[in-house]
Design a protein around this ligand. Structure first.
Ligand SMILES: Cc1cc2nc3c(=O)[nH]c(=O)nc-3n(C[C@H](O)[C@H](O)[C@H](O)COP(=O)(O)OP(=O)(O)OC[C@H]3O[C@@H](n4cnc5c(N)ncnc54)[C@H](O)[C@@H]3O)c2cc1C
Length: 591
């Protein structure tokens, strides 16, 4: 049985030592002092380890089962979901007007990490509901909000997002699901959606499907897509549940991972639906919640790597194989533990330096979302829009890479199901695909986000690095170990940006390098996070913090990232500078 311990100390380090959240001038942040966040994070960690983690393997092995159109979730899921409701965990950052607690998004994110690490498939039921809540909250009418939001905040009713169709994934303009006005203000929705997460299950009284469909006679392609609320059970005027709507799950998809989440084919057969926002503006409504949804998926990536890493460390300390090349560490035993070997250390340091950097990057992103929403800070909004594809694409690619790296520490035992390590890799894999496949994230970054508002936000990012370096370069140790490599990586990133500008009229050159650019920028962001964390750790040590081991470990881990991971930017730059010639050289027939 795999282990999991919530990294509450590190979560607190990011919130307080790095982001200094209780000192930020953001509405609601003054409540986030250490005592309060300790209570929240410790309690979230307890729920994650005691309630959700024991169900992770159960969910993987049992999966969801469909019988006579009814989907049964794995044993224990229903009870655990009730505990999440009772604990208020589904309502943390939601509007108090609808029963939420109104807490900042950053503290919601901090509490989410242990839940996702402990049981990603389970947490998706709540995550999807949160996404649907946000779309209705931003674009729904007052009546729609009153009708649906209180029950969704409490997760008595869960939510789904229905975009994908058999012939239409990334290219949503190809959508065929249609909406016909019914004369009474509602619409009849007909069509088939596939791969719908939490599409049908037995944990909630009602399921509120948010469905993209085209109103007949509207504009062609993506410009004709509108967003609808389609409840599983229609809701009576007094709020009670009415008749069953004509939406049903056709089947559960068999898939590689996240077996505890029911991924369904959903059939809409003239189902009653209600327009959210304006006709043909469905994509705008979806985009409103995209930064949050994609940040949540980026979190899934590193949260799976975190769980896998914890197990790999335990195994490396336990498994006896070979001898330390510098002398036996366990002379009375038949061999030394794996952890003595440099290559095992390299692997574990890769994992550790990634997950800690990724945590900082994600929480910083959540903080920017708070600034954008609570303070109407347009610069923060622009910056998080720029960062969103990087958080989603880089953290999920690396999350999967390191979940498999953790498997590698187990040798053959990592491949055998008994040890539970393959689940982390299988579960992490989907995060690279849904919520916009990672190749499309790279396209979004290079094709749209770099040039957003005349390139203002990417310039602001470079300026942020420059200012941080300038303000701290008098610190000799910080400068040598952290700022110098950060400067070099940032220079590589700027050079790549320059290449794209010079090749603006040659899109194949730019787009052949987009994936490299996304990874390059991911490394620079983690490099910046590590430089800031190093500064925070040094300050804590200088001020006589009692837990010197924690801060020394933080510095050593950061040094590893700067020395061994960040230089990857140079390789990415070399690739980008070769343009599209070698990428596009073959005729399609020659592949
Ligand atoms: C387990 C699971 C859960 C899911 N949950 C949901 C859900 O709840 N709701 C929902 O609506 N959908 C959901 N999806 C669907 C998911 O979002 C899509 O699979 C994803 O958007 C990609 O669409 P596609 O599979 O049709 O791939 P395609 O769009 O056919 O793309 C195939 C590949 O081509 C690449 N590609 C496509 N276009 C371009 C381009 N212009 N340039 C470069 N590369 C390109 C993509 O990156 C991808 O690698 C889920 C999928 C799975 C497997």
């Amino acid at each position: 049985m795999p282990i999991y311990n919530a990294p509450t100390k590190d979560i607190q380090f990011v919130l307080h030592d790095l982001l200094r959240i209780s000192e930020q001038d953001i509405e609601g942040f003054d409540e986030l002092d250490r005592d309060f966040t300790t209570a929240v994070v410790e309690e979230a960690g307890k729920v994650a380890t005691e309630v959700l983690h024991p169900l992770n393997v159960v969910g993987d092995k049992e999966g969801c089962v469909m019988e006579n159109g009814v989907v049964r979730t794995p044993a224990g899921f229903k009870e655990a979901f009730q505990q999440m409701r009772d604990g208020g965990w589904t309502a943390m950052d939601c509007d108090p007007e609808y029963g939420g607690q109104g807490l900042p998004y950053v503290i919601h994110t901090a509490a989410q990490e242990p839940f996702v690490s402990a049981n990603m498939a389970f947490n998706m039921y709540q995550g999807l509901t949160h996404g649907a809540y946000s779309a209705i909250y931003a674009h729904g009418s007052a009546e729609q909000k009153q009708t649906y939001l209180p029950k969704m905040v409490s997760c008595e009713w869960t939510g789904t997002m229905n975009l994908t169709e058999p012939h239409c994934g990334t290219d949503l303009g190809l959508m065929r699901t249609k909406a016909v006005p019914d004369g009474d203000g509602s619409y009849k929705i007909s069509g088939q959606k596939i791969f719908i997460s939490a599409g049908e299950h037995d944990m909630a009284e009602n399921i509120i499907h948010l469905v993209l469909a085209k109103i007949q006679g509207g504009p062609e392609g993506i410009k004709g897509v509108s967003l609808f609320i389609v409840p599983k059970f229609l809701v009576n005027e007094d709020g009670s549940l009415g008749q069953r709507n004509s939406v049903s799950a056709g089947k559960i998809e068999e898939k590689m991972g996240i077996h505890g989440n029911s991924t369904c084919v959903m059939n809409y057969d003239e189902a009653e639906g209600y327009l959210i926002g304006e006709e043909h503006k469905g994509m705008r409504a979806m985009f409103t919640m995209m930064n949050e949804a994609r940040l949540g998926v980026g979190l899934q990536g590193y949260a799976q790597a975190e769980s896998a890493y914890q197990n790999a460390v335990a195994y490396a300390n336990d498994r006896l194989q070979g001898r330390d090349v510098t002398g036996a560490q366990n002379p009375d035993g038949p061999a030394d533990p794996l952890i003595v070997h440099p290559d095992i250390r390299r692997n574990l340091m890769d994992q550790k330096s990634f997950t800690e950097g990724a945590r900082a990057f994600t929480f910083w992103g959540a903080y920017l979302i708070d600034r954008a929403h609570r303070n109407q800070d347009a610069d923060a909004d622009g910056l998080i829009s720029l960062m969103t594809p990087v958080i989603k694409g880089f953290l999920t690619d690396k999350g999967f890479e390191y979940a498999t790296a953790a498997q590698q520490v187990y040798g053959g035992h990592g491949y055998i199901e008994e040890w539970g390590m393959s689940q982390y890799a299988r579960d992490a894999r989907i995060a690279m695909i849904y919520e916009g496949a990672n190749g499309v994230q790279a396209l979004d970054l290079v094709g749209r986000k770099l040039a957003l508002d005349g390139g203002k936000h990417v310039m602001a990012f470079f300026e942020m690095i420059k200012t941080f370096v300038k303000e701290n370069e008098s610190h000799a140790v910080l400068n040598k170990d952290f700022l110098t490599p950060l400067k070099a990586a940032s220079k590589d990133l700027q050079a790549a940006g320059m290449y794209f500008m010079q090749n603006a009229t040659k899109p194949n050159n730019a787009l052949s390098g987009s994936y490299d650019f996304m990874h390059m920028m991911g490394h620079v962001c983690l490099g910046l996070m590590w430089a800031r964390m190093a500064k925070a750790a040094m300050e804590a040590l200088d001020s006589g913090a009692s837990d010197t081991e924690f801060y020394e470990t933080k510095l050593a881990t950061g040094r590893y990232y700067m020395a061994r991971q960040l230089p990857a930017t140079a390789m990415h730059l070399v690739r980008i500078n070769t343009g599209g010639d070698t990428v596009m050289a073959l005729e399609a027939a020659n592949f």
